[in-house]
Design a protein around this ligand. Structure first.
Ligand code: AMP
Ligand code: FES
Ligand code: ZN
Length: 309
């Protein structure tokens, strides 16, 4: 009978992961997963000087795994979950319900930021503008801006997101193909605060694969949404992810090796050459930006023009 390659027990359900030799049982997987996340947090000094942390939760498997694992590993750090309700019909309310239930059952503070109520538009509104072809990009600008603003206004020391290894390698792959050096140099587990209104960003799951996060939420009975955002249509991204998975099958631990060589060898050299532009305050909203007017104010001002017509 098959047995767990770690504890040797048999008669239990066993799981196979491409980056681990042999099969693994539920208890050993949870121990392995939590230890790996803890090591990553310690290795990159993500929580140095952090007492209050914002955890950005979309309701999906990665960010729910993040909320679960941080609450288990660091009980002395005050967690505040942050959820942005993007106002996408048949999607956003489902996500909010899951996050609320999780926060309630685990007695964790939660901030719900409903953009329709608080900003007067929804992500859906962008689909009526010329942005319709790049909805995810626009949505990314909105989420990044609001997550930082909420964390700043709540005086949080750091903001954690659920970016995983697969997403990171896919972004790296795309940036290398485009030769986007500015983007490549920014791909790091920790982005320090370089302006008083810019909160430090951390990615505690940056070394965890999508499959590991999914298995963790499943085995710890952590609720998460299964529905995909209706605007998600990035077929090129899916193709790149498929290619990366094929490489992983041929070259053991390809994703991790690729990420590590970027982080240890390429990024440090590039960061000496690429000078990050100085941040100033947006003329409209006062939040940090490299231009006169930040990307958020730029895209939302176009929407007001359309709505007013
Ligand atoms: P994505 O931009 O969808 O790839 O998500 C990257 C990370 O951003 C997730 O792992 C979450 O930590 C965070 N995030 C995405 N959507 C939301 C949301 N609606 N509310 C709060 N955090 C989010
Ligand atoms: Fe932002 Fe889908 S979640 S466009
Ligand atoms: Zn602005």
């Amino acid at each position: 009978m098959a047995e767990c390659s770690r504890c040797g027990r048999s008669g239990e359900a066993l799981y196979k992961l491409t980056n681990l030799p042999g099969l693994i049982c539920k208890d050993c997987f949870i121990t392995y997963y939590e230890k790996k996340v803890k090591n990553c947090v310690i290795k990159y000094e993500m929580l140095r000087g952090v007492k209050n942390i914002g955890v950005a939760v979309s309701g999906g498997k990665d960010s729910m795994a993040l909320a679960r694992v941080l609450s288990r590993l660091f009980p002395d750090i005050h967690l505040k979950l942050i959820h942005i309700n993007l106002g996408i019909p048949s999607y956003s309310n489902e996500c909010q319900k899951i996050v609320e239930k999780f926060a309630d059952e685990n007695s964790i503070d939660l901030i719900i930021y409903n953009i329709r109520e608080l900003e007067g538009y929804s992500i859906d509104s962008f689909s009526k503008l010329p942005y319709v072809k790049r909805m995810c990009g626009v949505c990314g600008i909105v989420k990044r801006y609001l997550m930082n603003k909420i964390a700043y206004e709540n005086r949080l020391d750091a903001l954690a997101t659920g970016h995983n290894l697969d997403d990171t390698v896919e972004t790296l792959f795309k940036s290398y193909l485009k030769g986007d050096i500015e983007e490549i140099v920014r791909i790091r587990p920790l982005l320090p605060s370089t302006h008083p209104k810019l909160v430090k960003k951390i990615k505690p799951l940056i070394e965890m694969t999508e499959r590991e996060n999914l298995l963790y939420v499943t085995l710890t009975n952590t609720m998460h949404v299964d529905v995909k955002c209706p605007f998600f249509k990035d077929s090129r991204m899916m193709k790149r992810k498929k290619l990366i998975s094929m490489l992983e099958e041929e070259i053991k631990n390809f994703k991790y090796i690729f990420f590590k060589s970027h982080l240890k060898k390429i990024q440090p050299v590039l960061s000496k050459v690429i000078v990050e532009p100085a941040l100033r305050e947006c003329k409209v909203c006062g939040m940090p930006t490299i231009k006169d007017v930040c990307s958020y104010c730029k895209i939302t001002s176009k929407m007001v023009t359309v709505v007013e017509r």
